[in-house]
Design a protein around this ligand. Sequence first.
Ligand code: MRU
Length: 354
Amino acid sequence: MRKQRRVQEVQPLRRRGDAIFVIDQLLLPRKTVYRRCATPRETAAAIRDMVLRGAPLIGCAAAYGYAFGARGVKTASPAVLRKLDRDGALLLASRPTAVNLAWAVARMAGKARELHRAGSGRFYAELLVEADRIAEEDVSANRRMAELGARLLRPGSVVMTLCNAGALATTGIGTALGVVRRAYRLGRVKHVYPCETRPYLQGSRLTLWELMREGIPATLITDSMAAHIMKTERIDAVFVGADRIAADADVANKIGTYGLAILARAHGVSFYVVAPSSTVDLSLRCGGDIPIEERSSREVLWVGKHPIAPRGARARHPAFDVTPHRLVTAIVTERGVVRPVNGAVLRRVLGKAR
Ligand code: MRU
């Protein structure tokens, strides 16, 4: 087993009392600045503006945001529940694709109703405990997926990844990047190619930053280089995260994932998705039903303060795409590995009756 370089763990979200402090990911890798969110509105704004991002982390932040809406409440009334419903709706509206957000808000709303029914005198405190629990479960899900995913690789593998599915996207070691981390320690990964991930550059700004801190050998490529690198270098596998997985096992993830899956298939490269069960949405029949966030075209037409297209140019910015399940070699969840990838196996691994 490789010795791990001792670096301070990345903690994109910390709770201190009645607030969370989140790393402003828009400022990475230049500086690490924590921003305070202490209300549902502040939390929703941080999610919407991508101060924090990544499906599992969005879910954890939303859970805290929901709890903050009940600050100071010892015993809930129907009016408190109605106010929390409004807070939940505000959080839900912040970003549409990652289902972890809706999952976390629904879980918190369920807990709120349970506490109300039981006449709890510790309403706010118990909601905070539930949000802490969601964050802790994410840590252990990450660890479990890392173990399961690392087993899919032969020693000395070279892998490619897109976007950031690392510690910055979760409260643990990451989903896809958690697997890479673990596999590197076991000697199963020797090199990583992160794709830069236009237009938000999560691959170059965040994933490469995480890899370099830990001394994991990595070479940045632009998204358009992926085919060439797959053809001319040895790439053993692609690992990506997910924002939502529909009942047929189709996968929504960062824009560019679908293209990468097609390239992987064309070059005989395994294509793995790593995501916790909270990312699965069995209420949606197929990938085509997944809402795809359309962000501002300014994010495509500008890099920082610099325009990179003629004045008045039009652009599109779908932030996610859907990869058909037939292009996915396996989906790694904390409950087990879905392989072959289809709706029936997904349900079986998740332990859901047909
Ligand atoms: O727009 P982002 O940065 O929130 O998109 C993130 C992704 O697409 C990740 O791959 C996904 O959330 C999985 S994170 C563990």
